[in-house]
Design a protein around this ligand. Structure first.
Ligand code: ADP
Length: 490
């Protein structure tokens, strides 16, 4: 099959969150399976240009209709870790993608409506006729609308769209002008609730809703989250729309890239290890302690790696630090906060605990250090309030670092409680709590720490169960391929 990914993020050149990793990992897996994959994305000024090979203009003149005129764009081609990528570079006073930021400007909805239009125009003009156009998140929600309302009548009648939602929180709201800018026009048609009118704001068209209504198939990033967004407030107002379109909606768990996240070959680890050689893991524990000046004591290390964001349960992360220190464990945190007040809170905490020989708080983004923490820690906590999929628990499992997680989103699909899971014992790989409060988390952490101290052989068994799981892109690759096949022949 021939698949074009239309995306606003791609790891490592334009990465804000998990979306970037998914497009990279999935595209690679699809190619391994014999498909042809191309990726279309904006040419941002702040991309990691050092990670793009052979970037050059391959199409100097692409005129993209916009309102009653056209915007002149050029298209560049380059390879990102062997993936073929096309970068759209518009030349207009709007300066859509030269903003020194990926997202967060007042006209984001116009910037990405334009990108969606330009991507389709590029596909049309270059006579690319992919079997599948796979688009992602609200930014590209208008792609299937324009494809089936406009481009279909210009020779793109055989293309099918798969639409993946990585985060329901951000849905993209445009107005009448978006319709006129993109050439969709006809507000009287689109401003209907069964169409793309926002379910709550009568003056808005909702890009994500548009993607759901028009795409041939819609996915989100874990089966549990697919249930949550339909049946709880985690659908952020799209519950009814998903109910209506339930027949073409499912959840597919993200994978992780085992070329990067694998303790047997991880180049950032002082000591490599595997499920057959777990003792070597403790060489990394020693390095981690040396690096952070932690006391060498007979204690487990509990870790947190991730964004310090309300969605991640910061109140519980904070609580876990003190709970661990008071109950025979050490604690290591690596995180960065996008929000000033939360960053301040952790900076204070860092100060407060500076002298502790059992705790280290590292505020910043550090890929290399994250590898050492995953390898050196014994337990990793993920107490999220909202978690569509979550990668940290899957990485922890691969590194024999037992996850302690809240039962939400993708965490439910990947972590199975040592005592209470309905899975067989050899599939139980961590500790799970349900309520979003400190008491619930304490009971899970205390079970984990006690097992480590009192029944080390049992603890090791849980580590081994986790390391044996396969959360690579193999399974998700297969599931996406069958969705593509299904919509292609529909
Ligand atoms: P989200 O996409 O919501 O941020 P995920 O769990 O899906 O959360 O993915 C987070 C990824 O980013 C993981 O690979 C994690 O190791 C990495 N990460 C997050 N914060 C940091 C940090 N401060 N330093 C290094 N890596 C980080």
């Amino acid at each position: 099959m021939y698949i074009i990914q239309v995306t606003t993020e791609l790891a490592p050149v334009a990465k804000v969150g998990g979306l970037a990793d998914v497009v990279t990992g999935l595209s690679r897996e699809l190619e391994i399976r014999g498909n042809t994959v191309e990726i279309v994305l904006p040419k941002y000024d702040i991309m990691r240009y050092d990670q793009i090979w052979g970037l050059s203009v391959i199409m100097p003149d692409l005129w993209v209709p916009w309102y009653n005129a056209s915007i002149h764009c050029s298209v560049l081609y380059g390879e990102v870790h062997n993936r073929r990528c096309f970068f759209i570079d518009p030349h207009s006073d709007d300066n859509f993608f030269n903003r020194r930021t990926f997202y967060g400007t007042n006209d984001d909805f116009m910037r990405f409506a334009f990108f969606s239009k330009a991507a389709l125009e590029f596909i049309l003009k270059t006579n690319k006729r992919p079997d599948i156009i796979h688009c992602h998140d609200w930014q590209t929600g208008l792609v299937p609308v324009m494809l089936f309302e406009i481009y279909k009548h210009h020779g793109m009648e055989n293309q099918r769209v798969c639409y993946t939602i990585h985060n329901f929180k951000h849905q993209g709201l445009g107005g009448v002008d978006t319709l006129f800018a993109t050439g969709l026009n006809r507000p009287e048609y689109y401003f209907n609730y069964e169409q793309i009118r926002d379910n709550f704001n009568p003056f808005g068209i909702n890009f994500m809703k548009a993607g759901i209504v028009y795409a041939n198939f819609v996915t989100t990033v874990s089966p549990q989250h697919a249930w949550e967004v339909r049946n709880t407030d985690q659908g952020f107002g799209l519950q009814h729309t998903l109910e209506v379109h339930q027949g073409k909606f499912t959840g597919i768990l993200n994978g992780i890239d085992y070329d990067v996240w694998n303790p047997e070959i991880d180049r950032f680890l002082p000591v490599k290890f595997s499920v057959n050689n777990i003792d070597a893991k403790y060489g990394n524990k020693e390095s981690l302690r040396n690096r952070f000046w932690l006391r060498k004591d007979y204690k487990p290390i509990v870790a947190y790696v991730g964004r310090l964001d309300a969605q991640k349960g910061v109140h519980l992360i904070r609580h876990a630090i003190f709970y661990s220190l008071n109950h025979g464990a050490q604690f290591v945190l690596l995180g960065l906060s996008p929000e000033h007040s939360i960053g301040e809170m952790f900076a204070h905490l860092k100060n407060e605990l500076n002298e502790s020989p059992d705790c280290h708080i590292e505020l910043g983004f550090n890929e290399e250090l994250s590898h050492l923490i995953y390898a050196g820690a014994d337990l990793i906590i993920v107490p999220s309030t909202y978690e569509p999929c979550g990668l940290t628990q899957m990485i922890g499992l691969k590194y024999g670092t037992v996850p302690v997680v809240r039962a939400i989103g993708g965490l439910v699909d990947t972590v199975f409680d040592k005592d209470y899971s309905d899975r067989s014992f050899d599939q139980r790989n961590g500790f799970v709590f349900h309520q979003n409060d400190p008491q619930a988390m304490d009971s899970a952490i205390s079970r984990a720490i006690s097992l480590w101290h009192d029944f080390p052989d049992d603890f090791r068994r849980i580590m081994i169960h986790g390391m044996r799981y396969d959360f690579s892109w193999k399974n998700p690759g297969e599931q996406y391929t069958s969705i593509y096949e299904y919509v292609r022949h529909k």
